[in-house]
Structure formats: C-alpha cells, structure tokens
Design a protein around this ligand. Structure first.
Ligand SMILES: Nc1ncnc2c1ncn2[C@@H]1O[C@H](COP(=O)(O)OP(=O)(O)OP(=O)(O)O)[C@@H](O)[C@H]1O
Ligand SMILES: [Mg+2]
Length: 383
C-alpha cells in the first residue's frame, strides 16, 4: 500500500457551485520548462471568445430548446466549464495540428467537452472521434453524460465500447472506449481507418495498453499520410503528465495548457496520524453526517472490496442509532458488476444521503454528481 501524495480531488469541488474563477489557456512550444511558458490570459477577452464561438455553436446546435429543467441545467453547467469557454481557441489548435498534447485541471471539461467541441466544429470530417479511457466504469458513465449533454440517446451520435458491450451504431461520431478495446481494434486494422481523430485520455496513467497505443497511433498517422488515406489527428489529454517525455516521443508536438478550475476546493488534513484509518474514516463520516444537509453526498476512498464491504456493514449498523438523515451506501470497485457500479449515479430518495465507498477507480475521469465531501483515507493498494 502507499499513501496518496495528492489529496486534492474534484469531488469536494462540486460543493461550491460557482462560476470558474480563471480561464486561461497557455501554450508551450519546444522544450522550455512549464514555468517559463508564455502565458496568454484569455479572461479579458472572454466576450470576444464567446462571439467567435457563435460560429461553432451555429455548426450544430446541441441545445434542446424545448426540453425541461434538467436539459437546461445540464447546458448551463456545460457552458460554465473552463474548456467550453476557450473552445474557439481549441478548435483552432486542433485544426492546425496533427498531434497535440492537452493538459487541463481535473473537472475542467477535457473528457466531456473536447470531443463535443470537435464534433460541433465538424473537425472529424468523414471519420469518427475515438476517446480512450483506462477504465470501463469511466467509459460508460462519461458516454452517458455526453449523450445527455448532446440531447441524444447513447448508441446514437455518442456511443461507447467496453469489453462484452458495444453500444454504438453507424451514426456514432463520438465513441468512448477503453484503451483495451482500441488495442483490439488495432489488431484487426492497424491503421485504425474508421477514426479521423483519436483522443488518448488520462495519458499519464501509462498502462501497457496506453503505451502500446502511443506507438500504434504514431505509426498509423505516418502510414496514412504515405498511403494518402484520411489523415489521423492524435490528441493526448491529462490533468498531470510528464509533458517533455510525451512531447519528445511525438516529434515535439505543441502542448496546450488549459487553466481554470470549475469549483473552488477546500482541503482539510488530519492533524494526527491515524493507525486505524478505517475507524478514522467512519468517525469522520458520522461527524459530517450529523451536521450537513442530506443532499450533500459523500465519497470515501478506501483500498479494496473487502474493506468496502466491512465499512458498508459498519455504516449501516451505526446509522440505526446515529443522528442525521437516512443513508444509502453505494460501493464502487472494479470487481463489482457494471449494473451495480452504475447505482452510484442514481440519486437517492429525497432526504436521503448517498455515501459512495470507492477504491481509486473513482479517482480519475469519473464524475459523480451531488458529491460535496470527499473523505480520503490516503491509502491505496499498490500493484
Ligand atoms: N456524470 C456527471 N454528472 C454530473 N456532472 C458531470 C458528470 N460528468 C461530468 N460532469 C461535469 O462536467 C465537468 C467536466 O467533467 P470532465 O470529466 O469532462 O472533466 P475532466 O477535465 O476530464 O476531468 P478529469 O481530469 O478528472 O478527467 C465536471 O466537473 C462536472 O461538473
Ligand atoms: Mg477526464
């Protein structure tokens, strides 16, 4: 086991539903260090950017004018995201470069917005946009979210492909898939001809699958130029990654930095070291449970299935006596069947607090609405 170095997480950020504070897009060229980069603040120019973006919005209007409050909120939320606010600059960068590295704060909208921005600007041309994810649960939940944002059924314009489940159709233009699935597709077609844009998300994770994919897409890109086929654009995305190594591997491609957090985050650290971190987590859960309103859901990071099952049992027992609203406990770990994993995204009955007990499966890419407090025990199982 090891301790988390970065205790920061996007989930507690969801607590404060305010507009982003800063929305800068920085670009790095060459090998200079990050702190030496030319910073180009776009804040002052926001109105200009939004005007420019009318062009993008006019291409394909994804906003449903007639639907109810849910549709409206989802669109309002989307338009506040740091990535959405700089979309015209992004379209320009993506259009001008065959390979691009995109770095942006967690929760800024990389995974959900960038494929939509590309689709709205019709940059994918005759091909499809592929977006890889290291984990199955993230692939499915993000595809569902993006389909809702685009006001379409999943499997239509937006689809996903994970092992044993292919929810796509000939109409699918934005396809979320696990990196394992793209690797399988590359075995059948090494040039990945049906895709015009491949986004390798969470590139920093450096799994065997992603590392092989970096080589495959680089080769496919060159081969397709030589064979005069539909060109392939490659975008690497991450919140934290070793930019120089990637940039060197991809022939010194440009790097775009997206600045801006969606919501402010307040972090509280434990003052003392807790040997029994499970006990400490349960105490924290019930301290917060007694004081916070029921619609503030919690996310608790634990190390594995067994621990999650034990703590689920403990919470249910303690909840019978403890002050506070009723509790719905939702476990989330890799071995849990998909249907049960997706329970996490369902709202509990009114007046009930949802407590998600998860392994680090929920650490990246996954967004669970209504989570206001994150309790991180700070330990993970190391492979
Ligand atoms: N399933 C969801 N339910 C509610 N809101 C969501 C959902 N998915 C995304 N969002 C909203 O969209 C925002 C952007 O999410 P997105 O996954 O695109 O961020 P990201 O930049 O890819 O983050 P990360 O680096 O953690 O992968 C979130 O901050 C959240 O406000
Ligand atoms: Mg993401």
């Amino acid at each position: 086991m090891k301790r988390h170095v970065d205790m920061d997480s996007k989930y507690s950020a969801i607590a404060h539903e305010k507009c982003p504070k800063t929305n800068n897009l920085k670009r790095k060229n060459g090998y200079s260090q990050v702190d030496k980069m030319a910073v180009k603040p776009l804040k002052k120019k926001n109105s200009e950017i939004l005007k420019q973006n009318d062009v993008v919005s006019n291409c394909k209007d994804t906003v449903n004018q007639t639907n109810g409050v849910f549709e409206e909120n989802i669109q309002v939320d989307r338009r506040r995201l740091p990535v959405y606010l700089v979309r015209s600059r992004l379209v320009e960068e993506i259009n001008n470069n065959a390979t691009l590295i995109l770095i942006g704060e967690t929760g800024s909208g990389k995974t959900t917005q960038i494929p939509q921005i590309i689709y709205e600007a019709q940059l994918e041309d005759a091909g499809t946009i592929a977006v890889t994810q290291p984990r199955r649960v993230a692939t499915i939940s993000i595809a569902l979210r993006v389909a809702a944002e685009m006001n379409t059924e999943v499997g239509n314009i937006v689809g996903y492909s994970v092992r044993f489940e292919d929810v796509t159709s000939p109409q699918t233009k934005v396809k979320y898939l696990t990196d394992g699935m793209l690797l399988r597709e590359a075995i059948a077609d090494p040039l990945l001809k049906k895709y015009s844009i491949i986004i390798l998300d969470e590139a920093h994770e450096r799994t065997v699958n992603t590392d092989i994919l970096f080589g495959i897409v680089k080769l496919a890109q060159k081969e397709r130029i030589q064979q005069k086929l539909l060109p392939l654009k490659v975008i690497m995305m991450s919140a934290t990654m070793d930019v120089d190594t990637f940039q060197k591997y991809f022939d010194n491609c440009p790097v775009v930095y997206l600045e801006g957090r969606s919501y402010p985050v307040t972090i509280y650290h434990s003052k003392i070291k807790h040997e029994d971190y499970q006990y400490a987590a349960i105490c924290t859960i019930f301290q917060l449970h007694a004081t916070l309103p029921p619609e503030d859901d919690f996310l608790v990071f634990l190390t594995g299935q067994e621990e999650i099952e034990t703590i689920t049992y403990n919470i249910k027992q303690i909840a019978k006596e403890a002050p506070g609203p009723p509790i719905k406990v939702c476990p989330l770990y890799a071995g849990l069947p998909s249907v049960k994993q997706l329970e996490v995204w369902k709202n509990p009955p009114p007046g009930t607090r949802k407590i998600v007990l998860s392994t680090n499966i929920a650490e990246a890419s996954v967004t669970i609405p209504r989570i206001k407090c994150v309790i991180d025990t700070g330990v993970v199982k190391e492979r």
